[in-house]
Design a protein around this ligand. Sequence first.
Ligand SMILES: *[C@@H]1O[C@H](CO)[C@@H](O)[C@H](O)[C@H]1NC(C)=O
Ligand SMILES: *[C@@H]1O[C@H](CO)[C@@H](O)[C@H](O)[C@H]1NC(C)=O
Ligand SMILES: *[C@@H]1O[C@H](CO)[C@@H](O)[C@H](O)[C@H]1NC(C)=O
Ligand SMILES: *[C@@H]1O[C@H](CO)[C@@H](O)[C@H](O)[C@H]1NC(C)=O
Ligand SMILES: *[C@@H]1O[C@H](CO)[C@@H](O)[C@H](O)[C@H]1NC(C)=O
Ligand SMILES: *[C@@H]1O[C@H](CO)[C@@H](O)[C@H](O)[C@H]1NC(C)=O
Ligand SMILES: *[C@@H]1O[C@H](CO)[C@@H](O)[C@H](O)[C@H]1NC(C)=O
Ligand SMILES: *[C@@H]1O[C@H](CO)[C@@H](O)[C@H](O)[C@H]1NC(C)=O
Ligand SMILES: *[C@@H]1O[C@H](CO)[C@@H](O)[C@H](O)[C@H]1NC(C)=O
Ligand SMILES: *[C@@H]1O[C@H](CO)[C@@H](O)[C@H](O)[C@H]1NC(C)=O
Length: 845
Amino acid sequence: MGKESIMKILGNFLVIICVVRRTEGDEAMSFLIICGRNSSAMVDGRWWNGDTAPGNNNFTLSSPGIAASTATFDGDSIYAPLYKTARIFAETSNYTLIGTQANGSYFLRLHFYPFFVGNYLVNESSFDVVADGHSLVSQFNPVIEISRRNSNSSMLVKEFFLTINSNVIVVEFSPSKDSFVFVNAIELVPVLHTLFVDSVTKVGGNAPITSLNKCGIETMYRLNVGGPVVKGGQDSGLWRSWEMDSKYMITANAGAAMQNRSAMDYSSANASLFAPLLVYETARSMSNAEVLDRRFNMSWKFEVDPGFNYLIRLHFCELEYEKPNQRVFNIYINNRTAADNFDIVARAGGKNKPHHQDFFDPVSARVNTLWIQLGPDTEAGAAITDALLNGLEIFKLSHNGNLASVSGKSSLNQKDSRSKSSIILMASMASVSILAVASVAFYCVFKLRERKRKDLKKSASVAILDVNANEKRSAGKNQIRKCSISASRHGKAFTLSEIRAATNDFDESLVIGVGGFGKVYKGEIEGGTLTAIKRANPQSEQGLREFETEIEMLSKLRHRHLVAMIGFCDEKNEMILVYEYMANGTLRSHLFGSTLPPLSWENRLEICIGAARGLHYLHTGTERGIIHRDVKSTNILLDENFVAKMSDFGLSKTGPAFDHTHVSTAVKGSFGYLDPEYFRRQQLTEKSDVYSFGVVLFEVVCARAVINPTLSKGQINLAEWALRWQSQRSLETIIDPHLKGKCCSDSLQMFGNIAEKCLADEGKTRPTMGEILWHLEYVQQLQEDWVRANEEFDRENLPSGRTSRSLGESGSREGKEPSSSDEESLCIDPEMKAVKETAVKVSEK
Ligand SMILES: *[C@@H]1O[C@H](CO)[C@@H](O)[C@H](O)[C@H]1NC(C)=O
Ligand SMILES: *[C@@H]1O[C@H](CO)[C@@H](O)[C@H](O)[C@H]1NC(C)=O
Ligand SMILES: *[C@@H]1O[C@H](CO)[C@@H](O)[C@H](O)[C@H]1NC(C)=O
Ligand SMILES: *[C@@H]1O[C@H](CO)[C@@H](O)[C@H](O)[C@H]1NC(C)=O
Ligand SMILES: *[C@@H]1O[C@H](CO)[C@@H](O)[C@H](O)[C@H]1NC(C)=O
Ligand SMILES: *[C@@H]1O[C@H](CO)[C@@H](O)[C@H](O)[C@H]1NC(C)=O
Ligand SMILES: *[C@@H]1O[C@H](CO)[C@@H](O)[C@H](O)[C@H]1NC(C)=O
Ligand SMILES: *[C@@H]1O[C@H](CO)[C@@H](O)[C@H](O)[C@H]1NC(C)=O
Ligand SMILES: *[C@@H]1O[C@H](CO)[C@@H](O)[C@H](O)[C@H]1NC(C)=O
Ligand SMILES: *[C@@H]1O[C@H](CO)[C@@H](O)[C@H](O)[C@H]1NC(C)=O
């Protein structure tokens, strides 16, 4: 472990050296532009400029177009703030980026998150983009492009590699006839060393390749094989995004994911340019059963645009064997042998040494799928070994300066792809309520230059809340929120008599919860919609103003994983909030202390991911970020489909009086979840939520109370107890017995690692909710792969291979406690009492 952390530090050191060199030796800088926005924003650890932010001298915009924005963003990316605005151009317009390096190489990324804006139906947009003489896209429609990708994501990043001729680069957008341009963000990142060199292995034949550096290049696919998504700042200053590979495999999940983080090293400092160590640390190799099969290849299949040449870059790093000749295999591209007797150790010069190899297949220009297969050499008759791959990239090479395929147009006219794209669009509309804004300030800036703007009227008409968008929501999606109610941004103002009718005059039998705020009733409003109605305790000190702030703030938060506020009532000194009703109650009630059936591991992962999404949105989805302050399993609610939603969010932000009740409630109810650093430094940050979320993760996997005073001393506090087991890598000993044999040990191990990281002593070393989210998604993927592999093995009645290693029924579960534990009766232990007193002090401060 010591070794590992030293290597981690060394790894960081290497990256730092590179970064320093980059900034010292060269003046190249990044251009980060958010379209349709008038201010700068820190998005992914970098400052992004709004395209109409004042005081910027690095780029100009040739015509104002129309600034559009959407009220909420339901994606899960750290890039969320980029996608809430866009710029629409109805005429040819350009961004001119000033101060690029002549002969310098750059990644140019165009970001798209399509949303409807008034009369501009983004599904009908169509445009060309030209940059530095390269035609990048033609008759491009982001909606169609997204629907073509085999992905559920409603966002799209097009990435190009360009070597720029002069000190400016003009990115020109031209709408097709009667159509318009839609773009969310533009990113230009310098690449200092040579990313593409001429030594390329050509598959069958001698097609000459002209200097790749002079080509325009588009990234088609970039995969971290056998590992999680890697993106943003994890990739040595280039901000590339590495997807997971499993969905591209021809035989789903053939091959076993593997990883080894130790002693990884680059052969030279600028080798880190090609891929981050995170990519080399994970791989996919063949399982034992697959090796024995002898007729098996690990195979991936990719859709590509016909008519172009492609460069295939494979990343290797041997993680298991020390010596050459221990793993030897063939590489096939489009059914032809691209390399035989491929020996990673021999080529890379040892174990744990990153190595990449480029391939060029002239045949790829004539087909629309690209097959890449790795497998044993069947001819040789020699010992059969398996294959290994760590990463894979596919680049499209420009043809006479052209990277744009014109298939966009024909598919626009095809009925079936149209309906396909509208499905995606409906899905994204279902979760996004749309607000179109014409930026008045924007016009002030450009009025002087462009006096004769004819379409001022046109854009003014866009500045209307697109209420209809709510009605366009897809009925097929599981949307519980009632459209008619959420149409108004502030929710519905209920009369007291409506509330009285809904709750049967505050009938005690309808009380479903009691909190510091007051009581929560189950109520039925308007034609039978079930709601949770929260009525402030008349003794509550919270004043009318704070109550209004509260409504204002909650109404801004809209996310699939946050409990939605439907409305409020502030009549006759009553302060009442009406929320959507969550049929399955709290997460905690499904974990322990009730007779409800236990949740499966898959369900638990889905719930954790949902809650993490909600928290990630709270932390990053608003201008200032919101700290929940009371993350716990009773504040994670489940709807009728077991979709997790955070509740009670942001309450503590609204004022000291309310803070008081809330924090003291938190102390009573949330022992065991509280961030120790918060006590030490008395400063609350998002990382306090991360700590609490880590405790929830342990609670989910161990299914016991976070504090159980009836247990022996070392077991009272779940966080301490589980951390102890986790640090010995034996978490499986204490997991919920219902999970034994039903979860894959890799997924469990990784889950434990995430929880452990969340509970790090210092907030700054804890991961962000975004990072947690990616890792949880990877855990989910591991589990799904394992389940599928098990099903296949069961079906074929074969002995389990490497992929189906399961947790044995062994492992005694230490100290399983009696199932119920009353939160009110927790403060027995003197140690805890001390903690409580500190906490109360903090809250009164
Ligand atoms: C813009 O240019 C200025 C110098 O003119 C520089 O200091 C600044 O970092 C640049 N900003 C961006 C986003 O490139
Ligand atoms: C960019 O737009 C400006 C203003 O319309 C125009 O003068 C210039 O020629 C354009 N540049 C290119 C490369 O189209
Ligand atoms: C860019 O490269 C070309 C040839 O590769 C050279 O002629 C030209 O001078 C270079 N320009 C600059 C500004 O370095
Ligand atoms: C775009 O979406 C709108 C609204 O859903 C629909 O009426 C229209 O037919 C769509 N257009 C295309 C080309 O799919
Ligand atoms: C998309 O989502 C559906 C349902 O959530 C799921 O079944 C499918 O596997 C997902 N597809 C991809 C490519 O992630
Ligand atoms: C690595 O960096 C050195 C010095 O900066 C440079 O000479 C060399 O060409 C670089 N190698 C590659 C592959 O970029
Ligand atoms: C990982 O690599 C280290 C160093 O080469 C080695 O000692 C260890 O056994 C490897 N672990 C696995 C699981 O292969
Ligand atoms: C792997 O794929 C190649 C190309 O399709 C094929 O020629 C070869 O026989 C396959 N190998 C095995 C072991 O199936
Ligand atoms: C490779 O061979 C398989 C059948 O063996 C075929 O289905 C596939 O289309 C071929 N791929 C290419 C790119 O030719
Ligand atoms: C920026 O835009 C927002 C709305 O998008 C507007 O409220 C604000 O006044 C604008 N600020 C400036 C300085 O133009």
